[in-house]
Design a protein around this ligand. Structure first.
Ligand SMILES: [Zn+2]
Ligand SMILES: [Zn+2]
Length: 369
């Protein structure tokens, strides 16, 4: 069937909005009418080449929509269901899913190729050239076909432009704090207040942190930090340091969560130096694959510090996404406040520019059909 989507054709290129042909769903696959897609910074790493993926590729992995059609063996969802897309499958039966670690589901292997699990493509352009979909999704297209294990049913009263954010940024940020080791009474540093960082702040407060300090160079982000529960905000770690010293008797924070747009070894080193003894550095952000973390091995051992990577907030999204949405319904987690601006698909490059300029906590593309 025909679809319209935003495609990246070359490293450092612009998103090109174009017609696409979407294939029929296979026996375990689902055709989703995508209603809304968040602009998650992770997509930008395909554009810059930090994440080396085959191009062309339909962007977007933070989606919500309606199931249009299902393959003969699909059991998780049915036509008409509202769904969130999962950028990592949650098969439920691999070794990791079985242990409650769906964030590292074995069926995520090969997702960077943008091809379906059987190795074939679900998108083609109008002259028949195969086009990948980011993380086997491609939510910048108004229709997509994905494996049923990359969907989770949603309650119908949740607006799509809110629900889409839960499928990546909210689960990732909230989980980074709650599953990353924040405990009651902690002093927590969150580095970078975007769609993920804002939720790390909310998660840290829910986990019982006494102080959550946000560091972000953009004035607007510093102003918004308190909306999500931050107790203080600064432009840099250096500016935050006197308060951190005052709150921790000079020891350093208990947990530092890195949610900047693009991470490098120096940022990890700065976070590591800011956590105190037995403290944890939680790394959420994506960067290049270079081997360079500026960390003292002696400090790591002598002060019993940890560096903890988290993927998908170390959540099991089939359980955690509905739970987060119940919390939103009860008013205990803020989601509407995350959406700074909505865009039409044709405005996608403006949306990306606004993201880079720090004008948005989260921008959302609202699809037409
Ligand atoms: Zn994302
Ligand atoms: Zn699995």
């Amino acid at each position: 069937m025909k679809a319209r989507g935003a495609v990246i054709h070359e490293v450092n290129g612009k998103w090109q909005v174009q017609d696409l042909e979407v294939g029929e769903p296979g026996e375990n696959e689902v055709l989703v009418k995508v209603m809304a897609s968040g602009l998650c910074h992770s997509d930008d790493h395909f554009v810059t080449g930090d994440l080396d993926v085959p191009l062309p590729m339909v962007g977007g992995h933070e989606g919500a929509g309606i199931v249009e059609k299902v393959g003969s063996k699909v059991t998780r969802v049915k036509p008409g269901d509202h769904v969130a897309t999962l950028f990592i499958p949650a098969c439920g039966t691999c070794r990791y899913c079985a242990k409650g670690q769906s964030y590292i589901c074995n069926n995520g292997a090969g997702m960077e190729t943008g091809r379906a699990m059987d190795g074939t493509y679900r998108f083609h352009d109008s002259d028949g050239t195969p086009v990948g979909g980011v993380t086997r999704l491609g939510t910048f297209s108004n229709y997509l076909v994905c494996h049923e294990t990359q969907t989770v049913p949603l309650p119908e009263d949740i607006p799509f432009d809110v629900a889409c954010l839960v499928s990546c940024g909210v689960a990732t940020g909230y989980g980074a704090a709650v599953n990353g080791g924040v405990k009651a009474g902690d002093v927590v540093l969150v580095m970078g207040l975007g769609g993920v960082g804002a939720n790390a702040v909310q998660g840290a407060r829910h986990a019982g942190a006494d102080h959550v300090i946000v560091v972000d160079p953009v004035d607007y982000k510093q102003e918004r930090a308190a909306d999500f529960g931050a107790t203080a905000s600064f432009a840099s770690v250096g500016e935050a340091r006197p308060l951190i010293d005052q709150l921790t008797n000079g020891q350093g924070v208990d947990v530092a969560i890195i949610t900047v747009g693009r991470v490098d070894g120096d940022i990890i080193g700065e976070a590591f130096a800011t956590v105190g003894k037995a403290g944890t550095c939680v790394l959420v952000s994506v960067g290049s694959s270079e081997l360079s973390i500026a960390v003292s091995p002696q400090d790591l051992t002598n002060f019993a510090k940890s560096i903890q990577g988290v993927m998908y907030g170390n959540c099991s999204p089939v359980g955690d996404i509905p739970r987060l949405l119940e919390m939103y319904r009860r008013g205990s987690i803020k989601l509407d406040e995350l959406v700074t601006r909505r865009y039409g698909l044709d405005e996608i490059n403006q949306a990306v520019e606004d993201m880079h300029a720090g004008r948005n906590i989260r921008g959302v593309v609202v699809h037409e059909h």
